[in-house]
Write a protein that binds this ligand. Structure first.
Ligand SMILES: [Zn+2]
Ligand SMILES: [Zn+2]
Length: 154
């Protein structure tokens, strides 16, 4: 199913997920981003963020390319895309069940790393393979936009 060295979305903690999505949104899938910008984006202290970025590097998800800069690894990029995809599919399901897109967004962002990606892919096919989430944000990444509730504080 997956290479033994790469992680799947259900192996990510909520904290790891938040970091990966934030780095992705800042463009860290294609170029090094400043760890200080990441700390501003996450509204967390720089030393906290620096430590976490190094932990993620040990997990093979980020790469500290030069002092103060971080980028996602291949595995990190793949996981970010899978999470965004899973988020959008789950939103569609909750909207179909009667929630507003924003209610669906909040719940999806809490469980998107709990559902195996094989299940997400099955659900995606059953939903008619939508390309955008109910907010009109592409689920298949182009500009690195991530649904805002992925950064809800609670
Ligand atoms: Zn959303
Ligand atoms: Zn959305």
């Amino acid at each position: 199913m997956k290479a033994e060295s790469s992680l799947g979305i259900t192996e990510l903690s909520d904290c790891e997920m938040k970091y990966i999505l934030a780095i992705f949104e800042l463009g860290g899938d294609s170029r090094p981003i400043k760890i200080s910008d990441l700390s501003k984006h996450l509204n967390l202290a720089l030393p906290t963020v620096s430590i976490m970025v190094r932990k993620l590097a040990k997990r093979g998800l980020t790469c500290v390319v030069k002092r103060g800069y971080v980028t996602l690894t291949g595995n990190g990029c793949v996981l970010a895309r899978m999470l965004i995809h899973a988020h959008g599919i789950l939103e569609h399901i909750f909207v179909k069940a009667g929630l507003t897109p924003n209610e669906a967004c909040c719940i999806a962002s809490r469980i998107q790393n709990k559902v195996p990606y094989t299940v997400i892919m099955e659900l995606w096919e059953k939903m008619g393979k939508p390309l955008e989430c109910p907010h009109g944000i592409p689920m298949v990444k182009k500009e690195g936009r991530v649904c805002p509730c992925n950064f809800c504080k609670d």
